[in-house]
Write a protein that binds this ligand. Structure first.
Ligand code: NAD
Ligand code: UFG
Length: 336
């Protein structure tokens, strides 16, 4: 089986490539390196002791993508490529609509032309907006609060319309909750450029003394300790969920959406506590105003993925905190 992975050099894509190779799939990555580095390819190969094919291309480039599909026999596509920064998407909506929508339309057109009609798509819990209740089920109403989220919802709509027009397609939409952690080798992980927006990358930089202190955005939410509560999932568990989704699209035609989370929620203070204790370190913090646009709590109902994909997350919060820090410490050691 040949799996084409768009955005395979990125955070979730690289971990998924490792799991695919471990399961003996052939992996072909297409990535333009707009938010990743080529050295990730070597790291994936070192971890797995297997080779990947890599095309440094923009998937908005129809001519080049068509050439790749003519050259390779692709069985399934996993589509990670896209921009993902919520705040930037508010400031530069056209950049987000252009890249996320254009790349997907181009990819689907080329897939259609080459009669490759099996796709796993990276969506996000952001499509639930401010959920009506918890835990969040896939059937809940969808609405978005920022251009990034709207691109995800638009792509879900495009995929639904595509399936309605041609029932030969097999489409799995995966709605990720909050992926954190890194591969236990410490070779691949998440390291955003500049000052991180998300909680775990920020905590890691504080613990690593690159940033002074964490700002906890509000402690007056309706949660157990007043701080925001989220469903954090280890990126390796998430990657394994993609293997199950690949099996599903190979087996069954149709379109369906699945929550990938743990079903458990942790607050910001719980994350800090677990991080400090498992890594034997300190994370100085101060409580500040709520961040605009944040919701109080968000966690998944995971019963659909468990039942239909035969998948559930296995790793715990301590594993997530340990592996997130291990990646950054490992990078620092390698630079010495
Ligand atoms: P990432 O930025 O680390 O990876 C995305 C990869 O896609 C990068 O390697 C980038 O270079 C590549 N890329 C972007 N545009 C491209 C294009 N036009 N052509 C070719 N390559 C392109 O992001 P990630 O965290 O691994 O996320 C992967 C997917 O999952 C994204 O679609 C993201 O929106 C979605 N997602 C992520 C999260 C999260 O918290 N990380 C949560 C929900 C959904
Ligand atoms: N938080 C802080 N301080 C920080 C960063 C975050 O207190 O410096 C808090 C937030 O207020 C929130 C929690 O930590 O309560 C998690 O925040 P993140 O920014 O890590 O994650 P979000 O849940 O806000 O958003 C993430 C992704 C979105 C995605 C969403 C749902 O960034 O792209 O999960 O999947 F849409």
């Amino acid at each position: 089986m040949n799996i084409l992975v768009t955005g395979g050099c990125g955070y979730i894509g690289s971990h998924t490539c490792v799991e695919l190779l471990n399961e003996n799939y052939n992996v072909i990555i297409v990535d333009n390196l707009s938010n990743s580095k080529k050295e990730v390819i070597n790291k994936i190969e070192t971890i797995t002791n297997k080779k990947v094919k890599f095309y440094e291309n923009d998937i908005c480039d129809l001519i080049e993508l068509d050439k790749i599909f003519s050259k390779e026999k692709i069985d399934v596509v996993i589509h990670f490529a896209g921009f993902k920064a919520v705040l930037e998407s508010v400031e530069k909506p056209l950049k987000y609509y252009r890249n996320n929508i254009d790349s997907t339309l181009t990819l689907l057109e080329v897939m259609n032309k080459h009669n490759c009609k099996k796709i796993v798509f990276s969506s996000s819990a952001t499509v639930y907006g401010n959920p009506i209740k918890l835990p969040i089920k896939e059937s809940f109403p969808l609405h978005t609060t920022n251009p990034y989220g709207t691109t995800k919802l638009m792509i879900e709509t495009i995929l639904n319309d595509l399936y309605m027009s041609d029932k030969d397609w097999s489409i799995a939409i995966l709605r990720y909750f909050n992926p954190i952690g890194a591969h236990k080798s410490g070779l691949i992980g998440e390291e955003p450029n500049g000052i991180p927006n998300n909680l775990m990358p920020y905590i890691v930089k504080v613990a690593n003394k690159e940033l002074e202190e964490l700002k906890v955005f509000g402690d007056d939410y309706d949660t157990k300790d007043g701080t925001g509560l989220r469903d954090y999932i280890h990126v390796v568990d998430l990657a394994k969920g993609h293997i199950k989704a690949v099996l599903k699209v190979i087996k069954d035609k149709g379109i369906d959406a699945y929550n990938l989370g743990t079903g458990k929620g942790y607050t910001v203070l719980e994350i800090i506590k677990s991080f400090e204790s498992v890594n034997n370190t300190k994370v100085p913090y101060k409580v500040v105003e709520r961040r605009k646009g944040d919701i109080a709590a968000c966690y998944a109902d995971i019963s659909k993925a468990r039942k239909k994909l035969n998948w559930e997350a296995k790793l715990e919060l301590d594993d997530m905190c340990r592996d997130s820090f291990n990646y950054i410490k490992n990078k620092k050691d390698n630079r010495r």
